[in-house]
Design a protein around this ligand. Structure first.
Ligand SMILES: *[C@@H]1O[C@H](CO)[C@@H](O)[C@H](O)[C@H]1NC(C)=O
Ligand SMILES: *[C@@H]1O[C@H](CO)[C@@H](O)[C@H](O)[C@H]1NC(C)=O
Ligand SMILES: CC(=O)N[C@H]1CO[C@H](CO)[C@@H](O)[C@@H]1O
Length: 415
């Protein structure tokens, strides 16, 4: 039994090392990812966005001596069949900012982001780039409001971010600056670069001062239309965690954040929906069983709702903190990953709206200072890394099956 497990692990380890799970012969970098019905498509085949979050990519790459961490993260992820990363295209004010004051940018940070995009392309990895933070890490809506205050606006709340005309102008200017940036490594303007799968308006949009959802609805409508006026190539998503508005608040944990998963995602210009899943943070003090039950309905509700509004849904962040390194803690994390991955796979294999999952989060070797309990070290052959690679493989099998069907049809037509 033990020897069997050891051999299994060893073989698995070798497979990972040699990258058998890489999406074979699949020129992933070629085209823009598009939406067709409730599915994503790439090069005329269904595309499943199985990947990870790595918020730190630009930050590390802005220091040329740290760029090897970005490269090794893309490499180990690709060896687990992961084809997409979500990361920050913002860092506003504070320490080592991208945007140090409205409309003014540090070139070394932009070069870092250039490197990330050019390296992603080398590894056949697509990117989701988020444009501002809800929280004050890396600046966020609070920094934007501070900037407007220092220009004489009388503002009282971070939520003025969504309504103040000067702040909205600052944000639009950031959108334009990023989208029209010419990558110094590739020479390609970001808005023309198919390495980027999607833009995200804001990481975890929240407007706690207006539970009706109207403030956020108006902001998304205006910003989606502005972004699409600059960039008609890329997909766009809001950055929502999936909290429901007043009409379905019983499906939320015990709080509301001023977003409406259904109405917000129906806005024209929003190409697909997103969901985050953190039952350990949202239901503090409840048992693992209660959190598991919540997770299962959270997954199913959102897949059903995405289906009914006819938009693909990406589980753009999910994770569970490990409180210690015991095997109990690992088993809880694996059970959590299993539930998320099974829900996605079961929908995807039926042609449903679930399009993939991005776990929170991937770090590179030598980044222990960034550990927060949610990190998954892919470079060790942990049971979680095994689950992640298996999900890539299963989703890729659907992609290949569907595409061979498409090819067979094409052949028949030609004959
Ligand atoms: C990169 O930046 C340098 C300095 O501004 C410039 O001379 C060069 O043309 C740029 N390369 C690309 C590919 O944009
Ligand atoms: C470690 O974490 C697990 C799961 O959260 C818990 O059941 C276990 O009691 C913890 N062990 C120690 C030694 O703290
Ligand atoms: C290289 C490596 O990390 N090998 C480990 C893989 O997993 C087995 C079982 O958990 C360990 O015994 C190996 O040391």
């Amino acid at each position: 039994m033990k020897l069997g497990f050891f051999l299994f692990s060893l073989i698995f380890y070798l497979i990972l090392e040699y990258g058998i799970f890489k999406v074979e012969g699949d020129d992933l970098g070629d085209e823009f990812v598009k939406v067709r019905g409730v599915q994503l498509v790439l090069n005329e085949r269904p595309y499943y966005a199985n990947g990870y979050n790595a918020y730190w990519l630009m930050y590390m790459a802005s220091d040329p001596s740290q760029r090897n961490k970005v490269t090794s993260a893309f490499q180990v992820a690709a060896n687990h069949g992961l084809s997409i990363a979500r990361t920050w295209a913002f860092s506003d004010g504070g320490d080592r900012p991208l945007q140090y004051s409205p409309g003014s940018y540090n070139e070394d940070m932009f070069l870092g982001l250039d490197f990330v995009i050019s390296e992603a392309r080398r590894y056949g990895t697509k990117l989701v780039l988020s444009l501002v933070n809800n929280y004050d890490n890396f600046g966020g809506k609070k920094q934007y409001v501070e900037w407007a205050k220092s220009e004489g606006q009388s503002l009282h709340s971070e939520d003025d971010f969504f309504t103040n005309p000067l702040v909205k102008g600052f944000y639009k200017n950031h959108v334009k600056s990023v989208l029209t940036r010419r990558n110094n490594f590739t020479g390609v303007v970001y808005k023309d670069d198919p390495t980027i799968m999607a833009w995200e308006l804001m990481n975890e949009v929240r407007c706690p001062s207006d539970h009706s959802g109207n403030t956020v609805q108006a902001w998304i409508t205006e910003m989606a239309s502005y972004l699409k006026s600059i960039d008609g190539n890329h997909l766009l998503e809001v950055g929502l965690e999936g909290f429901y508005g007043p009409s379905k608040k019983e499906s939320n944990p015990n709080f509301q954040v001023g977003t409406d998963f259904i109405a917000n995602n129906q806005i024209p210009g929003i190409d697909f929906a997103t969901v985050h899943s953190y039952p350990d943070q949202w239901l503090p003090g409840s048992s693992n069983e209660e959190q598991t039950l919540f997770l299962v309905s959270w997954l199913n509700d959102h897949i059903k709702d995405a289906q009914s509004i006819q938009k693909p849904v990406l589980f753009a962040e999910f994770g569970v903190a490990r409180k210690n390194m015991s095997s109990d803690s690992t088993a809880i994390r694996d059970q959590f990953y299993n539930l998320v991955y099974s829900a996605i796979y079961s929908s995807a294999s039926d042609g449903g709206a679930a399009t993939g999952g991005l776990f929170w989060h991937l770090l590179a070797e030598g980044m222990d200072a960034f550990n927060d309990g949610y990190e998954v070290p892919l470079d060790e052959n942990s049971s979680t890394a095994t689950l992640i690679a298996q999900e890539s493989q299963k989703l890729n099998r659907i992609r290949m099956k569907k595409s061979s069907r498409v090819k067979n049809k094409a052949r028949k037509v030609r004959n």
